[in-house]
Design a protein around this ligand. Structure first.
Ligand code: PRX
Length: 642
C-alpha cells in the first residue's frame, strides 16, 4: 500500500480536480489568470486553464533569468566532440531571443510550424524555446530518423522553416544530417521556405541558394535583439511530436501551452523532487518525449540546470591498452552535482555489461534519485543499479501522448518504497482503469490482466488531439473499448493487492527497441517497397539487452531470388540497407528471414501474436483460425528452431 498521504493527495485530484489543479497552476506564472480550470464540455477533448495566458519560454527561462540571472540553466557536454558549454539563465535567454529574432525575420509567425531535425546540441534547445517564445509550433524529429521518415513528418507538419545541423556524431563517427534533410525535402510534397543550418564543422554540406540560411551569420546579425514572449491562451498548441501507432502514418501528438506547463511544474515537485538551483540530468534525446519534458521544459520550468549530453553511455578506450569507460555519466553527476537523473532500462543494461566498480568511482553524494522509463524495467537490472549506486531507483510509466508519468511513486508527496517489476501507482489526475478487452468491463480484482485505460478528462499536459485530425484522435484512442469512451494506452497491465500496477506489453503493433517506440507498420511499408518482396511482417521479439528487437519475415515474389544462402544473405543486406536509408538505423530489424508464407487467418489477417510467440520460442496458443498451419512450421525452421 502507498502511504495515506499519497492516497489522500490522489483522491483529492479526482474528487476536487478544480481545487487541486488550481493549486498546481500557482507553480507557474500567468500573464492573465484563467477563468475555468477545465472545460470538458466536448469530450473527449479537454481544455485546461481556459482563458489564462502564459508562455512556456517565460516560465522556463525569463522568470528565472530575472531572479537568478547567473545560475546555470543549460549545461552541454559532448564526449563526441570534446566540447562543453554552460549557459546561465541570462545567457540562455539571450540565445533564445536571438534565435526568436531570426525566426521572426524569416517570417515565422504564431501558429506556424518549425521542424527541428538536430543532434543533441544547445542550438536545438534554443530553437525549441524560441518557438515557444513566439508561439510557433515546434515539431522535433529524432535525428536517428532518415529521409522517408522525415519526409512524411514534413508533409504532416507543413513547416514554414526547418532548423537543422550539418551532422551529429555517434561513437566518434560523424553522422551527416544535411543530405538526409535535402532528400527528405525533395521527397516531401510540402516544401519549407527556409532551412536554418547550424554548421558544427563536422561534415561539409551543400547549401541550397535562397533556401538555406547560416545560423552563425544570422546570430551575429540579430544578436542583442529583444523579442518578448507572446502570451498565449492556455489551449494554444505548443508543439507536435510524432509517434507510432497501428498504421504506417505517424501521429502528430499535439500539446497545449498552459496545461503542459502546469503538469511539468507539478511533476518536478511531486514526482521528481527537483529544486531550483540543482542539476537535472536526463540521458534521453530531444527527439523523444522524455527529451521534451525532462531535458528541456520540466527542469528549466523548475529553475534547475539541465544537463544535455551528446555521447554514448560507454566511451571506447583510446589507445591500444585503454579500457572502455562506463563511468562517464557518473563523472558528470559528480562534476555538475546532479541531484535527479532520468534514463532508460536499456542504457542501464548496457552499463551492466561493464564492471560495477564504475558506479562507485565517483562521488555521487549529490544524487538523490534515478528515474527509469520508456520500457519494462526488469528486476535484475533494477537490482544491479540500485545496489551499485545505493540510491532509490524509480520506474515510471507513461507515453508520448501523456507527456508526464501515469504510473510511478510521487516521492515528493510521500516516501513510498518501490516494488521490483512495478512502476507504481496511478499519478494524481489520472483516472486509471483496467478493462476487459472484449467486454469493456472494469476489472477490480488483483492479478487480473486487462487493458490499461484512463477515464477522461485526461489531466493537464496530455495530448489535446492528433495534429489536424480530431477524428483520428477520437477513433484511435477513445473508441477502442466497447460501450465506453475511455482513453486506451494500448498497454496490458495488472494490479496487485496493494494497488501497484505491472505493465505486461502492448496490445497493438507498437514495439519498443532500446526504449525507442517504433511502429512495425512503418517498417513493413518500407520493406514491402523492395522490388523482390511480395509481403512482409515485422514483429517485436524479446531481447536481453534492448528489451525488444524487430524481426522481419519476408515472402519473396520469386523465391529463386534467394536460392542459395549467399543470395539470401545479399538480399537481406539490401533490405536492411533500405530501412537504414529511408527510416534510419534505429528502425532496422535485427534480421530479415525469408519465408514462403506468413501465418494468416482464413480471412487473410496476419496472426501477429502467433508469429511473435513462435519467434520467442513460445507456444503460439489457439490456432483454430489459421489457414495454413505449415506457415508457422516454416517460421520455426527459418528461425532455426524446428
Ligand atoms: O508500452 C509502454 C512503454 O512505452 C510506451 C510509450 O512509449 P513512448 O511513447 O516512447 O513514451 C515513453 C515515455 C517514457 C508505453 O505505451 N513504456 C513506457 N514506460 C514504461 C513502459 N513499459 C513498461 N514500463 C515502463 N516504465
Amino acid at each position: 500500500m502507498v502511504a495515506a498521504a499519497y492516497q489522500a493527495f490522489y483522491q483529492q485530484s479526482l474528487d476536487q480536480p478544480d481545487a487541486f489543479w488550481r493549486e498546481q497552476a500557482a507553480l507557474v506564472d500567468w500573464q492573465q489568470p484563467f477563468e475555468q480550470v477545465c472545460d470538458f464540455s466536448r469530450p473527449p477533448f479537454a481544455r485546461w486553464f481556459v482563458g489564462g495566458r502564459t508562455n512556456l519560454c517565460h516560465n522556463a527561462v525569463d522568470r528565472h533569468a530575472s531572479q537568478r540571472p547567473d545560475a546555470a540553466a543549460l549545461i552541454w557536454v559532448s564526449t563526441e566532440t570534446g566540447q562543453k558549454r554552460v549557459y546561465s539563465f541570462a545567457q540562455l535567454q539571450r540565445e533564445v531571443e536571438t534565435l526568436a529574432a531570426i525566426l521572426r525575420a524569416q517570417g515565422v509567425q504564431q501558429g506556424d510550424r518549425v521542424q527541428i531535425y538536430m543532434p543533441m546540441i544547445p542550438e536545438a534547445a534554443f530553437a525549441m524555446l524560441a518557438c515557444a517564445r513566439i508561439g510557433a509550433i515546434h515539431s522535433v524529429v529524432f535525428g536517428g530518423f532518415a529521409s522517408h521518415a522525415l519526409a512524411s513528418r514534413i508533409d504532416d507538419a507543413t513547416p514554414r522553416l526547418i532548423v537543422s545541423a550539418d551532422a551529429g556524431s555517434r561513437g566518434g563517427k560523424v553522422v551527416p544530417y544535411k543530405p538526409l534533410l535535402d532528400e527528405a525535402i525533395q521527397l516531401a510534397q510540402h516544401k519549407p521556405e527556409k532551412v536554418l543550418m547550424v554548421d558544427r564543422g563536422l561534415a561539409p554540406f551543400e547549401r541550397v541558394a535562397g533556401r538555406d540560411l547560416d545560423y552563425a551569420a544570422l546570430r551575429q546579425a540579430h544578436g542583442g535583439e529583444r523579442v518578448d514572449c507572446v502570451w498565449l491562451e492556455s489551449s494554444t498548441p505548443s508543439y507536435t511530436l510524432y509517434t507510432s501507432g497501428t498504421t504506417g502514418k505517424p501521429k502528430g501528438v499535439q500539446r497545449d501551452v498552459g496545461g503542459y506547463c502546469v503538469a511539468l511544474a507539478a511533476s518536478m515537485k511531486h514526482i521528481f523532487g527537483g529544486h531550483a538551483g540543482e542539476t537535472f540530468f536526463s540521458t534521453s534525446d530531444i527527439g523523444w518525449v522524455v527529451g521534451h519534458s525532462y531535458i528541456i521544459y520540466g527542469p528549466l520550468i523548475a529553475g534547475m540546470a539541465t544537463l544535455m549530453y551528446e555521447g554514448l553511455p560507454v566511451l571506447s578506450g583510446r589507445g591500444a591498452s585503454a579500457e572502455p569507460d562506463a563511468g562517464i555519466w557518473w563523472q558528470l553527476v559528480e562534476k555538475y552535482k546532479v541531484t535527479v537523473m532520468f534514463s532508460a532500462p536499456t542504457a542501464i543494461r548496457v552499463l551492466k555489461k561493464h564492471d560495477a566498480a564504475f558506479l562507485t568511482r565517483h562521488d555521487l553524494s549529490s544524487l538523490r534519485t534515478l528515474f527509469l522509463a520508456g520500457e519494462p524495467l526488469d528486476e535484475p537490472t533494477a537490482r544491479w543499479i540500485a545496489e551499485g549506486l545505493n540510491k532509490p531507483i524509480l520506474d515510471n510509466y507513461w507515453q508520448t501522448e501523456t507527456g508526464w508519468p501515469i504510473l510511478t511513486l510521487a516521492r515528493g508527496v510521500a516516501d513510498d518504497s518501490p516494488k521490483f517489476g512495478s512502476p507504481g501507482v496511478p499519478m494524481y489526475g489520472y483516472r486509471v482503469k483496467l478493462l476487459d478487452e472484449a467486454t469493456g468491463e472494469e476489472l477490480h480484482g488483483a492479478h487480473q490482466k486487462g487493458l490499461l485505460a484512463i477515464e477522461g478528462p485526461l489531466p493537464p499536459g496530455c495530448m489535446q488531439t492528433v495534429w489536424r485530425d480530431d477524428e483520428r484522435f477520437v477513433r484511435t484512442y477513445w473508441n477502442g473499448i466497447p460501450g465506453k469512451q475511455v482513453y486506451s494506452t494500448f498497454d496490458w497491465a495488472m494490479r496487485d493487492e496493494d494497488g501497484f500496477y505491472f505493465i505486461l506489453g502492448r496490445s497493438d503493433d507498437v514495439i519498443n527497441v532500446a526504449g525507442h517506440r517504433l511502429g512495425t507498420r512503418e517498417i513493413e511499408e518500407c520493406i514491402s517497397g523492395h522490388p523482390a518482396v511480395a509481403e512482409v511482417a515485422v514483429v517485436g521479439v524479446a531481447d536481453a539487452l534492448k528489451g525488444q528487437v524487430a524481426l522481419a519475415f519476408a515472402v519473396l515474389r520469386d523465391p529463386a531470388r534467394a536460392a542459395t544462402p549467399e543470395q539470401a544473405q545479399a538480399l537481406e543486406g539490401e533490405i536492411l540497407k533500405k530501412v537504414d536509408a529511408e527510416l534510419g538505423a534505429v528502425a532496422r530489424p535485427a534480421r530479415v528471414r525469408l519465408v514462403t508464407a506468413l501465418p494468416k487467418t482464413r480471412s487473410g489477417k496476419l496472426l501477429r501474436r502467433a508469429l511473435q510467440a513462435v519467434s520467442e520460442g513460445r507456444d503460439p496458443g489457439d490456432l483454430s483460425t489459421i489457414e495454413d498451419p505449415s506457415a508457422l512450421e516454416q517460421i520455426r525452421a527459418a528461425l532455426g528452431r524446428t
